[in-house]
Design a protein around this ligand. Structure first.
Ligand code: NAD
Length: 443
């Protein structure tokens, strides 16, 4: 099939490469000329393990090409995937103007019947809005072609995006058009035949809602265990063992039960807010999601409380944040807990250094007022405290001895529970973690 992908970002680029791997002819289009120039030079514009190899393979075969021009992605295509961003607006809802712009561009450039597929995460009424936009534009431009709308939400995780796309837990698509359903079956035919993953075929609003409900549920698990961690700290229980004990129950499972600084990234924070916003718009107050968001925010504040318990005030105190990316395996800094914490620490007068094995070039561009330090020992050297923010292997591997040899005061707040509390405390570290054994603070 001829497939157009509009928005060559974390979702669009990986999806485009996967479509090409499955035998389709794909044009990935992005409105940012710098990103297309980078892609045409043979490199990805963001870090994602395994992506470079997949790009090398699919571009060498000529199955995947790149363009700045929407016409290249749409003209002649049987199906166009919308993979542009849907960033949050101040009121909690997502900004859908990029999605709408793609809808209009698709009508303008269509050369035959096609299916417009939302892969961007959107609220459960967007498909109807897109149909309205398409209908008006077709009439205005006197376009004869039939343009059906479908939803095909994406569930990949950054840091594992290639594996998740090539071997997904499930494929979900929704449409009310029979021909559009056949097109989506053809898009995923090879994947389903070779991988055997389950397919959920439904209507557009149900598919849209599956995505928001999934992300909101995963965020709820994280906030739930973080709330449990708060209780653990107060009664002297260990949240990691509580989570392990809970997770052996097959109805619960082990995943997304790690207490820590909370979730970040470009999806969970925005999707929890967008889902609550949509519910409110349609007359349901989904207060549980407000609580999920509040617990997540309070996890970062709890770090400041722990640092203040050790260091009194934080004015002019040097604090090293270990990890900047919102999770390991990516250089994505969007809504990263470390970035949020860095700004909060600066508000209370601290001098903040950030170390990250991958994300510092991005930090320099996106957060130029924050100080990145490229060498781990240099980042730790002379700091009054260190805070573990991202569980990179290199950060997990820091020994008590290395902290003792570098920090001015041996104070470590482990925001990801990566170190062994007994080992740290026995070595003389003033060690605090989330919901587990910490040193006593008497002041
Ligand atoms: N990142 C994830 O892990 C993930 C996972 C599942 C779903 N999603 C959803 O997928 C969508 C895209 O997320 P992302 O992380 O890939 O974003 P991204 O910022 O990495 O990529 C979006 C791309 O769209 C481009 N773009 C914006 N407007 C455009 C236009 N009018 N025409 C062409 N290109 C345009 C941008 O330049 C950018 O490269 C969002 O709705 C997000 O919620 C993201």
């Amino acid at each position: 099939m001829r497939i157009g992908v509009v928005g060559a970002g974390h979702v669009g680029l990986v999806s485009a490469a996967a479509f090409a791997r499955w035998g389709h002819q794909v044009v990935a289009m992005d409105s940012d000329p710098a990103k297309i120039a980078t892609l045409r030079s043979g490199a990805s514009w963001f870090y994602e393990p395994g992506l470079q190899e997949l790009l090398d393979e699919t571009t060498a075969e000529g199955a995947l090409t790149f363009s700045n021009d929407a016409a290249d992605a749409v003209a002649g295509a049987e199906v166009v995937f919308v993979c542009v961003g849907t960033p949050p607006l101040p009121g909690g809802g997502p900004n859908l103007s990029f999605v709408e712009a793609v809808g209009r561009a698709v009508v303008a450039h269509a050369t035959g019947d096609l299916v417009l597929v939302e892969k961007s995460t959107v609220p459960a009424n967007t498909g109807r809005r897109l149909e309205q936009v398409i209908g008006r534009e077709r009439q205005r431009l006197a376009i004869p072609h039939d343009i059906a709308v479908a939803s095909n939400p994406e569930f990949l995780r950054e840091g594992a995006a290639v594996g998740d796309t090539l071997h997904p837990d499930r494929v979900v698509y929704g449409t009310s058009s029979e021909p559009a359903r056949d097109v989506l079956r053809a898009v995923y035919a090879r994947l389903v035949a070779e991988d055997g993953c389950p397919v959920v075929e439904t209507d557009v609003p149900t598919a849209e809602l599956i995505k928001h409900a999934s992300n909101a549920f995963l965020a709820t698990r994280i906030s739930f265990i973080n709330a449990v961690a708060q209780v653990c700290e107060r009664v002297g229980a260990d949240v990691a063992i509580v989570a392990e004990g809970m997770g052996h129950d097959e109805r619960i499972g082990h995943r997304f039960l790690q207490a820590g600084l909370g979730y970040g990234g470009s999806c969970f924070p925005k999707d929890v807010d967008a889902f609550a916003h949509l519910a409110r718009q349609v007359g349901y107050e989904f207060g549980m999601l407000d609580e999920v968001r509040d617990v997540n925010r309070s996890q970062r504040e709890a770090v400041i409380t722990k640092l203040e318990a050790e260091l009194w005030h934080l004015d002019q105190k040097v604090i090293t944040l270990l990890g900047a990316a919102f999770k390991p395996g990516t250089d994505d800094l969007r809504e990263a807990p470390a970035v949020h914490l860095a700004h909060r620490l600066r508000e209370v007068g601290a001098i903040v250094r950030l170390y990250d094995p991958v994300a510092l070039p991005n930090l320099a561009v996106e957060q130029p007022d924050l100080q990145g330090v490229e060498d781990l020992d240099e980042a730790l050297h002379g700091a009054h405290a260190a805070v573990v923010c991202t569980e990179w292997d290199e950060i997990r591997a820091i020994t008590p001895h290395r902290y003792l040899a570098t920090l001015a005061y041996p104070i470590v707040v482990d925001g990801r529970n990566v170190h062994d509390p007994d080992e740290m405390i026995d070595a003389g570290i003033r060690y605090h973690s989330i919901g587990r054994r910490s040193v006593e603070t008497s002041l």
